[in-house]
Write a protein that binds this ligand. Structure first.
Ligand code: PLP
Length: 448
């Protein structure tokens, strides 16, 4: 009955081993062939092995090779084999990781992983957290705690009474905040359009002198890692004065938070530990499967106040931590397992090597493209490169040629009024040879 799992493992291995030799983007024919999936709703049962074979035959070739070493299109990694394997095992366990009493193994594991993360990312001792689906939801989760805290200081219980008639919260964020942060604020009833936006400098950093005077309940959102340039806000200049005036400081560090674990990049993140809450992704630079994000809150009680529920039939009262007391979801998969496996197997040294390597590879891309005569628009301090390959039309054309060529995959961005190509180096699988091959392909594409 379970031999289908061997079949899946064999197919998965063949897929991963084939990534190096295939174009990164799927062939147009493979995408066209997806129409074969348009079958009528099956009325009868069929052999599960045949369903798996169909999936592999039609969908595997229609995938973007994001798991491979030369996908640089978004700030996302691949999946470390150990985390993929842990994901399979956890899938077999089929744990509904909401409550400690019913799922002690995976709940305990998330506790351990959380403790390691707080230490690795140099967050304040005692910081609480939640394993959620990605940085959008991590921002949402941490900002729900922020909303609870700034209003409860004024005696307002937002979970019970909502925002109708509540004291008005001022939300401040940089001009260059990620659009998903605005979505998170909108979902919290804090309004996407009423956020006070602070002008940024040429690297996308918030200008500290332009932050408005803070008074009353305030949430100030800063950023570790601009999605284009990789730049960090100046936390040491921004956080202490704002916090002294009572503002809750939240850091969106979807990928930049990991700089804390890369010795040479650590200075970029200096001072972010002074904040009240943080959001990051594990499916970006930690290279675990989607969907995996992390919310951290200095005072875990505020996160619990925003997220916990009680019900007669739910055994929530245990001395141990219930994962769902800290997450938007009640039923949830044990996504902490893959995070635990990545940290357990790479260790501090292996993680530092991964982050440092990717940053060095980004610098190599920048140097190679500059040497070929192209303009790099950002200071390449982390894993991001923003480069023009001529004027806007030429840059767009070169990117289309590059994507078609298939050696690697990068996308178009707009950076401070310029059309550019963005290179994000975030995968455990990327070797220096992959960088050289990709660089050659980029220069070739730009020359056409
Ligand atoms: C700074 C920043 N915040 C938030 C996000 C959203 O992350 P996710 O897609 O995991 O929700 C991203 C994605 O690139 C990001 O770069």
């Amino acid at each position: 009955m379970y031999s289908i799992l061997d079949d899946a493992a064999r197919r998965a291995k063949a897929y991963l081993q084939g990534l190096d030799g295939r174009p990164v983007a799927p062939a147009a024919a493979a995408v066209r062939n997806l129409r074969e999936l348009d079958e009528p709703l099956p009325q009868e049962s069929s052999d599960p092995v045949e369903t798996l074979a169909l999936l592999d035959r039609l969908v595997s070739p229609a995938t973007m090779a994001m798991a491979g070493p030369r996908f640089f299109g978004f700030v996302i990694g691949g999946t470390l084999p150990v985390s993929l394997a842990a994901n399979w095992l956890a899938g077999a366990w089929d744990q509904n990781a909401a409550l400690h009493l019913s799922t002690p193994g995976v709940s305990y594991l998330e506790d351990v992983a959380l403790r390691w993360l707080v230490e690795l990312l140099e967050l304040p001792a005692g910081t609480g957290g939640a394993f959620v689906t990605g940085a959008t939801v991590a921002n949402f989760t941490a900002l729900a705690a922020a909303r609870n805290a700034v209003l409860s200081r004024l005696g307002w219980n937002v979970e019970a009474n909502g925002l109708f008639g509540a004291p008005v919260i001022t939300v401040i964020a940089g001009q260059e905040a990620h659009p998903s942060l605005m979505k998170s604020l909108g979902m919290l009833g804090l309004g996407r359009s009423r956020v006070v936006r602070v002008p940024s400098d040429e690297q996308g950093r918030m200008r500290p002198a332009a932050i408005p005077a803070i008074s009353g309940p305030t949430i100030l959102c800063v950023q570790a890692g601009n999605v284009n340039s990789g730049a960090f806000d100046d936390f040491e200049a921004i956080i202490p004065p704002a916090r002294a005036l009572g503002a809750w400081i939240h850091v969106d560090g979807a990928f930049g938070l990991w700089a804390k674990a890369a010795p040479s990049r650590r200075p970029l993140a200096r001072g972010l530990e002074l904040a009240d809450s943080w959001a990051t992704d594990a499916h970006k630079w930690l290279n675990v499967p989607y969907d995996s994000g992390l919310a951290f809150v200095r005072d875990p009680n505020t996160l619990k106040a925003a997220m916990a529920i009680t019900a007669e039939y739910l055994p929530t009262h245990t001395p141990e931590r219930n994962p769902s007391d800290f997450t938007p979801e009640l039923s949830r998969r044990a996504r902490g397992v893959e995070v635990w496996a990545a940290i357990r197997s790479l260790g501090r040294a292996g993680l530092a090597e991964l982050f440092e390597r990717n940053c060095r590879q980004a610098r190599r891309f920048a140097a190679g493209l500059r040497a070929a005569g192209y303009e790099v628009l950002n200071d390449v301090l982390l894993n991001q490169v923003v480069v023009t390959l001529g004027d806007a039309a030429k840059t767009r054309r070169a990117i289309a040629v590059l994507q078609h060529d298939g050696t690697c995959w990068c996308g178009v961005t707009e950076w401070r009024g310029r059309t550019a190509m963005r290179i994000s180096v975030s995968s455990w699988a990327t070797t220096d040879d992959d960088v050289e091959r990709s660089l050659e392909a980029m220069i070739r594409a730009a020359a056409t």
